[in-house]
Design a protein around this ligand. Structure first.
Ligand code: ADP
Ligand code: MG
Length: 258
């Protein structure tokens, strides 16, 4: 059965989408079967996987509203070896429309259930909020991976997210756990980043992944070519870090099932 991971952080611009797309490609690179779910109306993960969000007939929006089955909406990334459940701005409407519907938090979980056996990993790119969409991601996940920049306010936002994960675990999804914190866009020359990184280690210990993703312009350039950085420039520092992280994550998940 697939391990379902939500890539979440309620802040915007912290590296969620870059992490999701590159880990999808990184896990595919080491032979894992991967489905990437774009749960952000910005559709950046969709575009980053090489799929034009403007040309979609159907998207994750239709899956959540149950007007289309997931097996008809998922598509293959033309850039790398993984499947994609794509999104575009239409998804913003789901936030409002779901509120009045039954099973509103578990729609994605129910949609994924029939295909979970086809994958080793399902990666969900969450929007920058603790909204109904993110809740759908957390309700179907085994674990949460939190990308974060080592900046002054990073720790502050983290407690809200950790509390949300605890609440969802208690009330809606007992299998949910915090898998780990991933330090991204890291620049070792900035001493504040080193300090915050040390603080993270002190507070969260083993929950902090060993791999650090450096700030690397090739990762930022890749989406405009419709490719994950891991595919766009495999020899870049950023790509190598994401491939290393993908292995670390796969090992960590294997250890938690054992
Ligand atoms: P989020 O999904 O959390 O909003 P993104 O993954 O879209 O964040 O990243 C925000 C911006 O930072 C994007 O322009 C992205 O290309 C850039 N970026 C992300 N990770 C890196 C990195 N390691 N090095 C350089 N730029 C990065
Ligand atoms: Mg994003």
């Amino acid at each position: 059965m697939a391990r379902v991971l939500a890539i979440a952080n309620q802040k915007g611009g912290v590296g969620k989408t870059t992490t999701t797309v590159n880990v999808a490609a990184g896990l595919a690179h080491i032979g894992k079967r991967v489905l990437m779910v774009d749960l952000d109306p910005q559709g950046n993960a969709t575009m980053g996987a090489g799929i034009d969000k403007r040309s979609l007939d159907q998207s994750v929006y239709h899956v959540l509203l149950e007007t289309a089955g997931l097996e008809h909406v998922r598509t293959r990334s033309p850039a790398a070896n993984f499947d994609v459940l794509p999104a575009n701005r239409e998804l913003a409407g789901a936030e409002v429309e779901l509120v009045d519907l039954d099973r509103r938090e578990t729609r994605l979980r129910e949609a994924l259930a029939p295909v979970e056996d086809e994958y080793d990993f399902v990666l969900i790119d969450c929007p920058p909020s603790l909204s109904m969409l993110t809740l759908n991601g957390l309700c179907c996940a085994h674990g949460v991976v939190v990308p974060m920049q080592c900046e002054y306010f990073a720790l502050e936002g983290l407690s809200d997210l950790v509390n949300t994960v605890k609440q969802v675990h208690r009330n809606l999804n007992p299998r949910l756990e915090l898998i780990g914190l991933l330090r991204v866009m890291f620049d070792p020359r900035i001493s504040l980043q080193q300090q915050v990184s040390d603080q993270l280690k002190a507070h969260f210990g083993g929950k902090v992944f060993d791999t650090i993703i450096p700030r690397n312009v090739r990762l930022a350039e890749a989406p405009s070519y419709g490719q994950p950085g891991v595919v766009f420039d495999p020899s870049s520092k950023g790509a190598k870090a994401f491939v290393a992280f993908s292995s670390e994550l796969a090992d960590r998940m294997a250890a938690t099932t054992a």
